[in-house]
Design a protein around this ligand. Structure first.
Ligand SMILES: Cc1ncc(COP(=O)(O)O)c(C=O)c1O
Length: 377
């Protein structure tokens, strides 16, 4: 058994990324360069999207989506509280209000039936989060979108290359936001992308991404571009894109490696029929996970904390997350609410190491030690 410390995450290091970064220096072009365009085209083709724009983060992709739908003061956007701050920040930055709704306990994704109860005249959009890379119930959300004539945005930060039926996550709603942050399956340092699935927004998106100008729309080289509206610097840098492209071309290898480890954990822990914990839903033929997170959900906060400490003492990093937004001091200023399932999940959830550099003996070690803890409680 390996004696090495087992890290929670190690970004995949592709030799192509190093080559690409050197090429950026050779090209001496650090913005709007070859690799930014290559990533855009690769992602469009891979996930079958009509338009992808590479951004410097998923946070900025979500902010762009909010600008595109012209979100304003007094508008409401429904979302889970069990998410990263970026999902809600994007809404608050436009002066609108996030409305937090509880999640389901089986997949930790928004509960569509509870969402419908919160829709009113002020509701402008729903942001779903495909937690852990595993799809929300998109059919139901598409029905809500149509019934109430509201926008549907997919926070697919975890979910690049996950699927719902035959469609890639992030391409089903009006927009899909992806993260290529260092902590994600594919890494551009700090990087992200926005899939713009609603064709009517393509032109406006370019203006927003070009700091409010029509720079990339002016085809006549003699004509100078001008200020057309609100926008900002949201594009990914060329160096980030070069790093990311080196990983994208290894996407089959990276995803297969993650899937293999995920399945190994699943097959083992599924068989341990213990009342003290359960595991997140497994992919089925309608939903293919992006295998971003493997999580155990303990029945209590003390068990979860004891587990993390136990694993740490044995040299294995395991982490909980998210601190639910509605429970934070800032979130309480928006509205004081109780979301029983979200709170239970937060108290119980712990993520195991999952990255392509984990070898078989390390995965076996994680399983063996976790099992020992579970059997001892
Ligand atoms: C659900 C979710 N949305 C958005 C983000 C923000 O992603 P980024 O760091 O690329 O801005 C994260 C980050 O982990 C996330 O988990």
């Amino acid at each position: 058994m390996s004696k090495k410390h087992i890290k929670f995450n190690i970004p995949y290091n592709s030799k192509f990324s190093k080559k690409n970064i050197l090429k950026v220096f050779k090209n001496n072009k650090f913005a709007d360069g070859e690799f930014q365009n290559k990533c855009k085209l690769f992602i469009e083709q891979k996930i079958n999207s009509k338009c992808v724009e590479l951004t410097h983060s998923c946070s900025s992709a979500l902010e762009i989506a909010m600008l595109l739908i012209d979100l304003k003061k007094n508008d409401e956007v429904i979302m889970p509280s069990y998410t990263f701050t970026s999902t809600a920040n994007a809404v608050l930055l436009r002066g609108a209000k996030p409305v937090f709704v509880d999640v389901r306990s089986d997949d930790v994704n928004l509960d569509p039936k509870l969402v419908e109860k919160k829709i009113n005249k002020k509701t402008k959009a729903i942001i779903v989060v495909h937690y852990a890379g595993f799809s929300c119930d998109m059919n139901y959300f598409l029905k809500l979108k149509k019934k109430y004539n509201i926008y549907l945005i997919e926070d697919a930060a975890h979910a690049f290359l996950g699927k719902y039926n035959d469609k890639y996550l992030g391409t089903i709603g009006d927009f899909g936001a992806f993260s290529f942050h260092e902590t994600k399956n594919f890494v551009g340092g700090q990087c992200g992308a926005l899939s713009i699935n609603n064709l009517k927004f393509h032109k406006k998106a370019k203006i927003i991404l070009d700091k409010g100008t029509d720079r990339s729309l002016v085809k006549n080289k003699k004509k100078y571009y001008s200020w057309k509206g609100i926008g900002s610097e949201y594009r990914a840098t060329e160096l980030s894109s070069a790093l990311l492209f080196g990983q994208l071309i290894k996407c089959n290898y990276i995803q297969k490696a993650r899937e293999k480890i995920w399945n190994k954990y699943f097959n083992k822990f599924y068989k341990i029929n213990d009342k003290n914990f359960y595991i997140l839903n497994k992919s089925n033929k309608f939903k293919i996970s992006a295998h971003h997170v493997f999580a155990l959900i303990f029945k209590s906060l003390s068990l979860r904390n004891r587990f993390i400490l136990y694993m740490k003492k044995k040299g294995i990093d395991c982490f909980f997350h998210y601190y639910p937004l509605h429970m934070s001091n800032f979130g309480k200023k928006i509205k004081k609410i109780k979301l029983p399932v979200t709170e239970k999940i937060y108290y119980g959830l712990v993520r195991l190491p999952l990255h392509p550099s984990l070898n078989v003996s390390e995965v076996n070690k994680v399983i063996k030690i976790a099992e020992k803890f579970i059997r001892s409680i």
